[in-house]
Ligand binder design. Structure first.
Ligand SMILES: N[C@@H](CCC[C@H](N)C(=O)O)C(=O)O
Length: 293
């Protein structure tokens, strides 16, 4: 019998552990469970030694507006709520189908900024319409006087400025072209760029190696997490950066540490992302609903 997961007093919370190419998630059904989370609680669960361990926590809630099926909220491992998560969106779609929360194969979901449409295919991959990239500096946000596809970013007085692209996929991304991702200084540069003054809301930092017009390799140092095995919004931002520089065609396969994503962008309109979503296990965790203390 399942432990008592009712939300009155000190009980348990039902969750599912999932991943999209190794970018891993604790996914919580906030439709049938009454869930209120604190940043400290999320940090404890995210801990890979003392908690469940994950890059992001995904909270699925009933819709708050018409014409959408659900609302889905995203929290980084550091407890901050963020705007968007591409790998998480695919896992969200699999989750609501697996849990019987919907039978639809085309699902509309509200995120912090706007609405996503997700298509679940027969092979269980999911295509997500990730929306239009935003390039105006004030929308990223990025400090610059005018919009360019490449900006100089000074990290140290003693080093030449980095050449970066700044892209919002709803969340802020900085994309740096490198010759070989295996040798990219991800751990050294990642935190410096993530917290650079030019990105007032911090940023996710992508290191992109172009292989040819249809293929690239990508590593991402994620805001609020560190390097992850894959980043869906990061892959879309890398596609946009590569295309703005004239280096990618419309359909590109991006090889991430955890596997491949297919990204399409015509140079205008929405970016489409297709990839897998995998369930690992379901569990219950002791939980004291903070609103019932
Ligand atoms: N892993 C994600 C992105 C999650 C949010 C990101 N760390 C941020 O702070 O914006 C993805 O697959 O897109």
């Amino acid at each position: 019998m399942a432990p008592d997961s009712s939300s009155a007093g000190k009980k348990t919370l039902r969750f599912t552990k999932m991943h999209g190419l190794g970018n891993d998630f604790m996914v919580i059904d906030g439709v049938t469970q009454d869930v209120h989370l604190t940043a400290a609680q999320i940090q404890r669960w995210a801990d890979r030694n003392f908690g469940i361990g994950f890059d992001q926590l995904l909270l699925v809630e009933p819709p708050a507006e018409p014409n959408v099926d659900f609302r889905y909220r995203i929290f980084n491992a550091d407890g901050d709520e963020v705007e968007h998560c591409g790998n998480g969106a695919r896992c969200f779609a699999r989750f609501v189908l697996d849990q019987g929360l919907t039978h639809k194969r085309v699902i509309r979901v509200a995120i912090q900024k706007g609405t996503l449409e997700l298509h679940v295919h027969d092979d269980n991959t999911v295509t997500v319409d990730m929306g239009r990239p935003q390039l105006q500096p004030e929308h990223i946000p990025f400090i610059a006087n005018e919009q360019h596809s490449v900006y100089p970013l000074l990290i140290s007085e003693h080093e030449p400025a980095l050449e970066i692209s700044a892209v919002s996929m709803g969340n802020p991304h900085c994309v740096i072209l490198v010759n070989d991702v295996d040798k990219a200084p991800v751990q050294a540069l990642g935190p410096l760029v993530e917290n650079h003054d030019a990105f007032p809301k911090r940023c996710n930092v992508g290191f992109l190696q172009i292989l040819n017009r249809h293929e690239g390799r990508l590593r991402v140092f994620e805001r609020g997490v560190g390097e992850t095995l894959a980043c869906g919004t990061g892959a879309c931002a890398a596609m946009v950066a590569g295309r703005l520089r004239g280096l990618f065609d419309t359909n590109v396969t991006l090889h991430l540490l955890g596997g491949d994503l297919e990204i399409s962008w015509s140079g205008d309109g929405s970016v489409l992302m297709t990839g897998p979503a995998t369930k690992v296990f379901e569990g219950y965790i002791p939980w004291n609903n903070p609103t019932h203390n």
